[in-house]
Design a protein around this ligand. Structure first.
Ligand SMILES: [Cu+2]
Length: 511
């Protein structure tokens, strides 16, 4: 065979370049081109970038549907010892929708853990940042409470057994709050779990005080969930799996299974009772079923996008929305490595579909959180990060279910919950009335987001029977599946469009 001449080589190279360019161009277009109205019902849509009074590094939905945020001062500088922000989504996104309140507790609650206490509706703020001899990022032993009724933040004292910076917090089935991990000082960690009881205060679990559990390999907002059997399941960043028992002194077991390497800033979430989606290094994604003592682990579809510092959020229809993040952990958000393209994972089909494209890269210290109206608040990024831009702003994501399916790009008419209880209990049904034929009822625990995770995120599909315009809906079976606290109850019509949620409290009735 004759060797190709100079022209042949040039033609071959040109062909490769053109083909590569077309593939790259297509990918680039798909990745960065925002959706057209004809696609809103498939990919959703982002609203405009709206300014926020602070960088919302920590966000919690409050029992009244408002949103507590904190993390920086009003210039977007690291430190939450001056102000906190309360946003009322019902007032839009302008300055009048925000209430910036002083934080006079003396605690810098930057990089603390925050969770709603089910029995009081207060926000418990665990630990935070302490400056020692002018050096930031030491840990705080303080706890604080934000009270929804009085809109005040007050000190709960220096009551933690261990100071904590970057702890995970979660509501337990009995209404207590479990605190895991965090750093003790600049070089040491706080592996001993602590439990907060609203009546009796704090206790520790020395039987689970192990560095391998919530120390060096897993101190940074450890990923953990209460299982349907009542113990705690945890995945560390190396992919080791543990269960932790909470009785008495506490205890732990290392499970024989292992996941590939993960990272403290890669999201994992419980998207259905006992079912966890975990995004590992390189976008490899795993589906973990912990409904039995030995977890069943399966590869899920590969999202194809590396997602350091992204947030995974369960939507009103049970799909998983992943927003933000970058191929590189410490990215600055200006290059091709950051993902402005969001994605939606459907648990029923194990498929990733492209979502809308955000205006801004949401990287280190960014958040995403489901709102009462079924939208997702996405925001922040920055403050204290080496490279990340300081984003004193947010973007609201409108998921596909809010749009008419005809491709018109118009918002769909939504069913309205005309009557539903404020309070529900495990195993006890309740009635709900609506103005439209309904096809589903979903119950989603109102979350608290920070640092690539949403504490307390839970999704429960509720059974129902229809009697005319009245629906008899089944409450969750038990508190392991649905811990006590505040939930969004969405009524979904027969076209798949959710109502604005009714906020319900799930607990034991007062006797
Ligand atoms: Cu942080």
């Amino acid at each position: 065979m004759q060797a190709p001449g100079f022209r042949g080589v040039v033609r071959g190279l040109a062909g490769v370049l053109v083909a590569g360019g077309l593939v790259f161009g297509g990918w680039w277009h798909w990745r960065n081109q925002d959706v057209t109205p004809a696609e809103y019902h498939l990919r959703g849509k982002f609203g405009a970038v709206v300014p926020w009074p602070i960088i919302p590094i920590h966000v919690s939905v409050l029992p009244d549907g408002r949103v507590l945020a904190y993390g920086t001062d009003r210039q977007g500088r690291q430190g939450a010892d001056e102000v906190i922000d309360v946003w009322d989504p019902r007032k839009g996104t302008g300055p009048e929708s925000h209430l910036v309140l002083p934080n006079r507790t003396g605690t810098d609650i930057f990089c603390s853990g925050q969770i709603i206490i089910p029995s009081t509706g207060q926000v418990l703020l665990v630990g935070g940042d302490r400056t020692v001899n002018g050096v930031r990022n030491w840990s705080s032993p303080d706890i604080n409470f934000y009270d929804v009724q009085t809109a005040t933040i007050k000190s709960g004292g220096r009551t933690l057994e261990r100071p904590r910076w970057y702890p995970t917090v979660m509501t337990l089935a009995n209404g207590e709050v479990l605190v895991l991990g965090g750093r003790l000082d600049l070089e040491h960690y706080a592996p001993i779990p602590e439990i907060y009881n609203p009546q009796t205060g704090w206790r520790t679990l020395p039987g689970a005080d192990k560095d391998e559990l919530f120390g060096a390999q897993n101190w940074n907002y450890p990923r953990a969930w209460q299982t349907p059997r009542g113990d705690i399941f945890s995945i560390n960043r190396l992919g080791d799996l543990y269960t932790v028992t909470l009785d008495g002194q506490g205890g732990f077991t290392k499970l024989p299974q292992k996941l590939p390497r993960g990272h403290s800033y890669l999201p994992s979430l419980m998207y259905a009772p006992g079912k966890i989606l975990s995004i590992r290094m390189g976008g490899l994604t795993y589906n973990i079923d912990i409904n039995q003592a030995q977890p069943v682990i399966k590869r899920a579809a590969w999202s194809g996008l590396a997602r350091f510092n992204a947030t995974a959020t369960v939507l009103a229809d049970g799909k998983v929305y992943v927003n933000g993040g970058s191929v590189r952990n410490d990215d600055n958000g200006t290059g091709i490595l950051s993902n402005r393209l969001s994605e939606i994972w459907d648990p029923a089909t194990d498929k990733w579909l492209p979502g809308a494209v955000a205006h801004k890269a949401r990287l280190y210290h960014s958040v995403a959180l489901l709102m009462q109206d079924g939208t997702v608040l996405t925001g922040a990024g920055g403050a204290g990060a080496k490279n990340a831009a300081n984003n004193l702003d947010a973007e609201i994501y409108y998921p596909p279910y809010l749009f008419k399916s005809d491709g018109s790009g118009q918002l769909a008419p939504r069913p309205v919950i005309k009557a539903a209880p404020d309070f529900i209990s495990w195993g006890k049904g309740f009635t709900l009335e609506s103005d439209a034929p309904l096809g589903r009822f979903t119950l989603i625990k109102m979350g608290s987001a920070t640092h690539a995770q949403v504490y307390d995120q839970r999704f429960i599909e509720l059974g129902f029977k229809q009697k005319g315009a009245v629906y008899e809906v089944s409450a969750p079976e038990n508190a392991f599946i649905a811990p006590p606290g505040y939930y969004f109850l969405f009524a979904v019509d027969t076209h798949g469009v959710p109502s604005v949620a009714k906020i319900v409290r799930l607990d034991t009735p007062a006797s």
